[in-house]
Design a protein around this ligand. Structure first.
Ligand code: HPA
Length: 249
């Protein structure tokens, strides 16, 4: 049986319904993960849970130790990762409240420790990242969303910015020209590190605001919170179905 991990983002501090059976304080060669990794049972399946911002939401996107987080999950025998990301919507279909299962990434982050390749292996490690998300895991998520009647966008280009500030209106216009549908701050280097470590990785994004310059001013943080709370329960429903279908005996 494959092992699933869920990486929670803003708004997903705990996995409701998770019966915790243990907590793993993992030390990695890169330092400590964002917090202890919970192991538990949900919908008859085993699952690991890690909140990437620590607890309670404290570590900003550019300071998350992505290498430690991914290394720690790998050390626990995790095969598959579903990452949850809160994002802004750029293209018209990406309205607040939309659930999105992206299929592509444009990486605008800089200065993050983005690889475990330290050059010592003596071999070039050019991972294939043509399709940055795992095809099978994405299809499984899409299938469960369809079967549960959960409205979603089945593809999108996820632009990942450095943060922690939000983008300027001109930066969002540039992202739109680059083909980005949604914008977040935590999708990279997480996805690439998962690929380097041989774990399947897919993302479920929640649109919580129109991207800067596309909605009312100022950007309403309380509206983001409200949408996050509402969408978190839909994400949970999707994850529960995925667990029951693929990770329970
Ligand atoms: N931009 C970047 N990251 C985000 C946004 C946004 O508008 N909303 C949520 N995360």
């Amino acid at each position: 049986m494959k092992r699933l991990a869920i990486i929670g983002g803003t708004g997903i501090d705990e996995l409701e319904g998770l019966e915790i059976v243990g907590e793993h304080e993992v030390r990695s060669p890169y330092g400590a993960p964002s917090r202890a990794i919970q192991e538990g049972a949900m919908a008859g399946g085993q699952v690991f849970f890690l909140q990437r911002h620590g607890s309670p939401n404290a570590i900003p996107p550019h300071l998350i130790n992505y290498r430690a987080n991914l290394w720690a999950l790998h050390s626990l025998g995790v095969d598959d990762i579903v990452a949850i990301n809160a994002v802004g919507g750029i293209t018209p279909a990406m309205v607040p409240g939309r659930l999105v299962i992206p299929d592509q990434i444009v990486d605008y982050t800089w200065g993050r420790e983005h690889t475990i390749d330290d050059g010592r292996s003596g071999q070039m490690q050019h991972i294939d990242f043509t399709e940055p998300y795992d095809r099978d895991l994405r299809q499984a998520l899409l299938g469960e969303a369809d079967r549960a009647g959960i409205a979603h966008a089945s593809s999108a280009v996820h632009g990942v910015t450095q943060g922690p500030r939000l983008e300027t209106a001109a930066e969002i216009r540039r992202l739109a020209q680059d083909g980005c549908d949604i914008v977040g701050m935590t999708g990279m280097p997480e996805a690439a590190l998962a690929r380097e470590l041989g774990m399947a990785y897919a993302s479920v994004c929640m649109v919580v605001n129109p991207a800067p310059g596309l909605g009312d001013l100022p950007i309403a943080l309380d509206m983001m919170q409200e949408i996050l709370q509402r969408e978190a329960s839909v994400v949970r429903q999707l994850l529960t179905r995925l667990l029951a279908a693929r990770y329970s005996s």
